[in-house]
Design a protein. Structure first.
Length: 264
């Protein structure tokens, strides 16, 4: 498929132009809870559980009742839930975001390839607490939007921003952005290859952090969580390991209590 990130961006632009995000649905509630505050206040290990039912690297599509899965994640102690709204490759939808928002009280991260403020407005209407922006998309000018402006718009809509990086250079420059949280994706979105050493290298080399750091992708064991937490990670976004478990609630709890699990 070549550069998969470019494919994702092209498809995202097509969705925006098709009116996919011009949803009339909305969630009437008070301001959504802060994902950043939830991470910083967590007394255990902050886990953002990802509700992902399909992906290019998952062997099978995962079924199940969205409400039941979200409630299980919340009961397991997740500080937040990441909901995919990209429909072609990840089986997500705006409706799933709405349903999850109306089902749980914890923060929700809208996860998509965001290339337009139209998507930010959809996230706000549907009650998301935060959105994910991929730094490489803006650094390489894959879309017409400017990263700083997108962050400003997100904040004006009451949304926090998790800025995703993959290299040490992106991570260092990302600390100067006005994003609320900084992500390290162990997955190279161009090739889809996953290497947890990406987080290990960046966390080992960069000692000063100015915002919460979230490690993403390829995390499958409490031992990995403890290792990265000890290196300076603040939170973890985990999808496949949780979604493929027969006991979603128990799997989330296992990661949340990773220190106890590893010592026991």
């Amino acid at each position: 498929m070549g550069n998969f990130l470019k494919v994702l961006v092209e498809k995202a632009i097509e969705r925006v132009e098709s009116g996919y995000y011009e949803t009339s649905s909305s969630v009437t509630s008070s301001r959504p809870p802060s994902l950043k505050d939830a991470i910083l206040a967590c007394k255990a290990i902050p886990i953002i559980a990802e509700l992902k039912q399909a992906s290019p690297t998952m062997r099978r599509r995962i079924g199940g009742d969205i409400k039941a899965i979200a409630k299980a994640m919340e009961r397991g102690g997740a500080v937040g839930i990441s909901v995919l709204t990209e429909n072609e490759f990840f089986g997500g939808s705006l409706e799933k975001l709405r349903v999850v928002r109306e089902t749980v009280s914890i923060p929700i991260l809208m996860k998509d390839v965001i290339v337009s403020d139209v998507q930010l407005r959809a996230a706000s209407r549907l009650g998301a607490s935060a959105v994910l922006l991929i730094k490489k998309v803006y650094d390489q000018r894959m879309c017409n939007e400017n990263l700083d402006e997108m962050i400003k718009i997100a904040h004006s809509l009451g949304l926090e921003v998790l800025l995703e990086t993959h290299t040490e250079e992106e991570f260092l420059s990302g600390m100067d952005a006005e994003a609320d949280m900084l992500g390290i994706n162990n997955r190279d979105l161009e090739t889809l290859e996953v290497d947890i050493n990406v987080s290990k290298r960046i966390l080992s080399n960069v000692k000063v952090k100015r915002k919460p750091v979230v490690c993403e992708s390829g995390i499958s064991s409490p031992e990995q969580v403890v290792l990265l937490k000890n290196l300076g990670a603040d939170a973890f976004l985990i999808g496949t390991s949780i979604m493929t478990s027969a006991d979603v609630e128990g799997k989330v709890r296992e990661f949340v209590r990773a220190y106890d699990v590893c010592q026991g």
